[in-house]
Ligand binder design. Structure first.
Ligand code: DCP
Length: 210
């Protein structure tokens, strides 16, 4: 059974997953970002940030494929956690490109056809969504600190739009259908406080997927 940790860019998903993989016996499937940065020598993540109108469809098609693979893999183990999901890829990142005028309608429609086919014809169950709720300002701070080359061009407004889409989907529950119940963990605090909060939520995080 599977859990998805979800949040804005650089909110601390990796720390969250590392914590639970270190302190419990669950299987963790990290976000396949290394593939998005290098698929047979190509870097669609960098291309998307350089020119989203031209390369948004390219990256998001590949994200959708790698996420689908992860969901199918998550069915193999007893308890499994993954970073993001095929749902957040579509409802947050693709939606944001489209709404901000950076994805042509025809690209959006084709991705939607693929997404609808996949989610209708394949069984991709999710048991719990863990939302690490961070302010866009905090995400920017963490993103600048980690200094990933492709992300140097991300403006605060981009993080704000993603944040709004996340809030509408997971907190107000007013936009898209939820594939699972949501556990919200506030995540603006520093590391020791975050680890304390993870521990406090341990049972909720682990038992909902048992
Ligand atoms: N991305 C995207 N479209 C998606 C999913 C992700 O454009 N459908 C981008 C956003 C980031 C990069 O991929 O630039 C990796 O995502 P995160 O930064 O959220 O992943 P991290 O591993 O860095 O997460 P965290 O910092 O929370 O540990």
């Amino acid at each position: 059974l599977s859990n998805c940790s979800n949040c804005n860019i650089a909110c601390g998903k990796t720390t969250f997953l590392e914590y639970f993989s270190r302190t419990s016996s669950i299987e963790v499937l990290p976000e396949p970002i290394s593939k998005w940065r290098n698929v047979r020598g190509q870097n669609p993540l960098a291309l998307m940030y350089q020119d989203p109108v031209r390369w948004g469809l390219t990256l998001q098609t590949y994200v959708q494929l790698t996420m689908m693979e992860r969901h199918l893999k998550s069915l193999a183990g007893p308890v499994c956690m993954m970073e993001r999901s095929i749902f957040s890829a579509k409802y947050i990142f693709v939606e944001n490109l489209y709404r901000s005028g950076k994805m042509p309608e025809v690209d959006f429609v084709i991705l939607t056809e693929w997404f609808d086919w996949i989610t209708t014809n394949l069984h991709l169950p999710v048991d719990l969504i863990v939302y690490l709720q961070t302010s866009p300002e905090k995400c920017q701070e963490r993103q600048i600190q980690r200094c990933r080359e492709e992300e140097k061009v991300i403006p605060l407004d981009y993080l704000r739009s993603l944040h709004q889409l996340y809030e509408d989907w997971l907190v107000h529950q007013s936009s898209f259908k939820l594939p699972a119940p949501v556990l919200v963990i506030p995540a603006d605090q520093d590391l020791p406080e975050m680890l304390r909060l993870y521990e406090e939520n341990r049972d909720k995080v682990l038992t909902s997927s048992n």
